[in-house]
Ligand binder design. Structure first.
Ligand code: PMV
Length: 359
């Protein structure tokens, strides 16, 4: 596929008004995307677990406008009007308009609800942008009359990427790959694809308990962080390493080599933060409690032989990953030793999921 393939032919049908609702989950990267080229093209491929419980439900209502006067939309979060969300959506509309030429023909009402607290520090951009992209694709499906499920999801992922890069990995599950990798057939910089190879049963129902360490606004946004990879002294090596790590991940996932999984996933998390700390200007998103938790996990693993490990997003919260069979012992460890480091003792139990659903 090339970008031009996503520009539709003139629509054969018309539609006056309607409403579509999609729920889309968040995802957590195992091999991280950090650094992008123009038009949200990633500098390296990434792979993520789709989550199950952390999700956004978005309803998009639309009615035909009489005259074409730019984008017309309102945004609501949990029933409250959110004008501060408008600039991000306006940017998204501008980026996708060539691929969805109906955007100026309608007045939209975007109503969105997250299952996780808005101020939890969990990024809602992946779940939010993918849910919105799916609602827009539902309108396009009506205008085209027919579109295959595969083409529908692929274009929704292509659009979601233009909203927030990692959002393109939230449409399907349970493992999604985004970014061209020489060894992985079908991989693309333009959209996420379901991981196409064999996965060992130990990864089925993998658990992710998200420890809410810091719920404040991030001091440095992902957009700024990605941009700081331009001219970064270690950028070229990092992008090469991500490709190598993804190749290694293919064997790890097939063989169920949990020790190698732990080492690779934790190294990826710390490398992401090392890139932040070695940017110019440099910055640190981890908090003291992030490090306390990491040290506790390492000590617990040494003592118990557990395969529990951590990963991090662009923030201070810690994702604790573990196989389903370790659920009770790891939950006991979290309760006894880690909850004390969470803000107000808060955490979210999640697990690997299977992608977005229409309702
Ligand atoms: O999708 P963005 O632009 O918010 O970037 C997210 C990048 C990380 O979450 C840090 C890593 C990843 O691959 O999801």
């Amino acid at each position: 596929m090339i970008i031009q393939d996503f520009i539709p032919q003139p629509y054969p049908k018309s539609i006056k008004n309607g409403s579509f609702t999609w729920s889309s989950p968040s995802n957590i990267a195992l091999v991280k995307y950090w650094g992008k080229k123009q038009d949200q093209i990633p500098e390296n491929p990434s792979i993520s677990f789709t989550l199950n419980n952390c999700k956004t439900t978005t309803s998009l209502s639309f009615s035909e406008l009489e005259s074409d006067s730019g984008y017309s939309f309102e945004v609501f979060l949990d029933g409250e009007k959110k004008d501060d969300f408008k600039p991000k959506i306006e940017t998204f509309f501008k980026r996708v308009e060539a691929y969805l030429p109906f955007l100026k023909d309608y007045q939209f009402k975007i109503e969105t609800v997250n299952t996780f607290p808005h101020s939890s520090g969990i990024a809602s951009s992946a779940s939010g942008m993918s849910a919105l992209a799916l609602c827009l694709m539902s309108i396009e499906k009506e205008l085209i009359g027919d579109i295959s499920q595969e083409d529908f999801i692929q274009k929704a992922s292509f659009l979601a990427r233009l909203g927030s890069g990692s959002a393109c990995r939230s449409l399907e599950g349970d493992l999604v790959l985004w970014g061209k990798h020489v060894d992985i057939e079908g991989s693309s910089d333009l959209f996420g694809v379901k991981y196409p190879y064999e996965v060992h049963q130990d990864f089925q129902n993998y658990q992710d308990t998200i420890l809410l360490v810091d719920k404040g606004e991030k001091q440095v946004s992902s957009t700024v962080g990605h941009n700081l990879m331009h001219g970064h002294p270690f950028a070229a090596e990092r992008f090469k390493q991500a490709n190598t790590n993804l190749s290694a991940m293919v064997s790890i996932l097939k063989d169920g080599d949990l020790d190698a999984f732990v080492a690779l996933v934790e190294s990826e998390a710390l490398t992401l933060h090392a890139m932040m700390m070695t940017s110019m200007p440099y910055f640190i998103l981890m908090k003291p409690n992030t490090l306390e938790i990491i040290n506790k996990i390492w000590a617990f693993r040494r003592l118990s032989g557990s395969k529990v490990c951590f990963t991090l997003d662009a923030g201070a919260n810690v994702h604790v990953l573990y196989p389903e069979r370790e659920k009770s012992v790891v939950m006991e460890f979290i309760q006894n030793e880690l909850v004390a480091f969470c803000q107000k003792g808060q955490y979210i139990n999640d697990k690997i999921g299977f992608g977005a659903k229409q309702s």
